[in-house]
Design a protein around this ligand. Structure first.
Ligand SMILES: Cc1cc2nc3c(=O)[nH]c(=O)nc-3n(C[C@H](O)[C@H](O)[C@H](O)COP(=O)(O)OP(=O)(O)OC[C@H]3O[C@@H](n4cnc5c(N)ncnc54)[C@H](O)[C@@H]3O)c2cc1C
Length: 242
């Protein structure tokens, strides 16, 4: 079987003004984390004319060393890329689906199709690797040209002061402190800021085991989600090639 490795983009680290002798300034908004949440917020703000600084410890999209986490994007979340101007790219790359079957062996226990009840311009689901969904956001942020996107910038400390927040940032060119009126924590599930600032969390740890595999089919198959139900476990297969 032929295997294909994804080539993720690598974004350049650019030494920030704080490390190149520019006068110190306070930014209206800093977002910590350029994952799905941070990039979505930055793109949405930029499309409304609001500038911000985005800080990420990595310099690529998705999870380094793994191909993808998210794969299925549902209708409501597809309305967001439409708003920020990247829905057409996602629709062109991804696989649309709306119907599925629940099986026990070869017996179909249940069938569904969300399309007839749909009231959205977007389809009920599109399957696409999460790193594309993030990558198109980075491209859009760059097109809009308002956001200061800083890669290889790891936030290591934070102080919540009276009218602003100070962030300590480590980069390949050295360490600096950035001041912002507002900070959004988009660090994902293991947030250093939430621990440091003792903010309430709503995270839950699941015990599910996942195996996510991208398969290239040599012939066209119907785009459907198939779930096998057994007494003690459930297996899901989302069919369709991307
Ligand atoms: C197995 C699996 C399957 C999933 N399937 C789906 C799916 O089908 N559909 C779906 O919608 N969702 C799915 N999800 C959920 C989805 O992946 C997450 O909801 C999403 O990635 C969360 O985005 P986030 O931006 O909050 O965090 P993340 O994507 O984790 O991004 C956090 C970012 O913050 C950066 N960062 C962290 N700490 C620092 C720091 N101190 N300084 C600077 N940068 C920092 C990281 O480099 C990263 O880029 C799945 C998740 C898993 C694990």
């Amino acid at each position: 079987m032929e295997t294909t490795h994804y080539q993720l983009p690598e974004f350049d680290f650019v030494p920030p003004p704080e490390l190149t002798g520019a006068a110190k300034r306070r930014y209206p908004l800093a977002i910590v984390g350029a994952g799905l949440a941070g990039l979505t917020l930055a793109a949405d703000l930029a499309s409304r004319g609001v500038a911000c600084v985005v800080l990420d410890e990595d310099n690529t999209v998705g999870v380094r060393g793994a191909s993808s986490r998210g794969i299925a994007y549902m209708q409501k979340t597809l309305e967001i890329p439409a708003r920020i101007g990247i829905y057409d790219r996602i629709a062109a790359k991804g696989t649309r689906w709306s119907a599925g079957k629940v099986l026990s062996g070869n017996d179909v226990l249940y069938e569904y199709d969300f399309q007839p009840a749909s009231v959205s311009l977007q389809p009920p689901f599109i399957n696409i690797q999460q790193f594309y969904v993030e990558w198109y956001r980075v491209d859009r942020i760059r097109e809009l040209g308002l956001t200061d996107l800083r890669w290889k910038s790891r936030v290591t400390g934070a102080r919540n002061l009276d009218d602003h927040v100070e962030l300590d940032i480590e980069t390949p060119a050295g360490q600096y402190t950035l001041e912002a009126d507002w900070v959004v924590d988009a660090e994902g599930v293991n947030s250093m800021l939430r621990q440091l600032l003792q903010l309430r969390e709503h995270s839950e740890r699941g015990l599910d085991r996942w195996c996510i595999t991208d398969v290239k089919f040599t012939h066209k198959r119907v785009n459907e989600r198939w779930t096998w139900s057994r007494r003690r476990s459930t297996r899901t297969v989302a069919s369709g090639s991307t």
